[in-house]
Design a protein around this ligand. Sequence first.
Ligand code: PLP
Length: 398
Amino acid sequence: MRRVYLDHNATSPLGPEARSAMRRLLDEEAGVPLGNPSSPHASGHRARLVVEEARRAVSRLIGAAPSEVVFVSGGTEADNLAIQGIVEPGEPAHLVTSSVEHPAVLEACRKLRERGWELTVVGVDRDGRVHPDDVMKTLRRETRMVSIMTANNETGVIQPIREIAAGVRERGILFHTDAVQSVGKREIDVGALGVDYLAISSHKMGGPVGIGALYVREGAPLRPLLQGGGQERRRRPGTEAALLAAGFGAAADAVRLPGDEDRMRGLRDLLEAEVRRHLAVSAVDIGLVINGEAAPRVAGTSSMTFAGIDNEALVIKMDLAGYAISTGSACSTGSTRPSHVLSAMGLSSTAIASTVRISLGPSTTEEEIRRAAEALTDAVAELASIGRAPLASGAGSR
Ligand code: PLP
């Protein structure tokens, strides 16, 4: 059975470019060992060159200067560094975020609240959109930062970052965006967006797990979260991971936009149309709602609610049939709490328990999508017929 991977938002498989860049480095290591980038000998210089080349590749992808890119361990650390790294000794201040953020942002904000900061969490509409006016209304003299994600990991819904950032920064307030699900999937230019900080994760864009980056606008304040050496221009101590950086940089260089985006959007639209078509001709009467469908969405992500179908059973059935999909974000999988993102969009806990996320990558093919649409509808139909029997006998409520 050839397995089909449709969970790219959880993590994307290592792309061929990242794989060969890392392999080349490992093979070459037999000659000159890859040293510590801070060491003054040939091995150290080599590692430094690798790290700086990767930094240039990542900065090119987002329209930043290389000196504005800080390598960290991943998206979670990038978000934490941006949010907790602005804390100055003295008076606690106020910060604003949205109800659909990734836990990396929400929990970092809550950490500041524990330290006496005030936190305002702005809601979203039923399509998962943050309204710029709602953000502007929360701003006060003591507001120090606003953090709103570029695109959501569960629904793909894109936020009006440029508009929000302009209003926020006009008032002298810092603006951070978690762009983990956007970089590599759509054009991101930090200058055009007008942000102070932007979080990136390598493993969401075909690079290795264990590295990410925080864009820090030249002149924007940042205190390191960890205490240690002076690496990354004193913004993130610890020996730079040259091997991972090589993979990350190669993945950044391999991004082809808008071509990849157009292709993935086409395939996502095909998937949704095919699932609807199969459902319409099947004997089962199951409604399909696509969450965030009316909003702009990042290409390749679809959040589907099949009324009355148990999403965990559906994911398992799809896995047995050879398809990797998910019930929502990977970090909430296995948790008994319903998705805070879908709940903020007004979905009931029953609807959330019937929702799956399908996320595509540049390697996804049309044939895979056509097969997946059929497998998904078959699985839904089968679960619907099983679900109905116990209901008819008066049992089986979830
Ligand atoms: N932010 C968003 C929107 C994400 O989807 C994720 C990962 O799922 C993260 C942050 C965390 O990134 P990482 O897994 O690299 O720590």
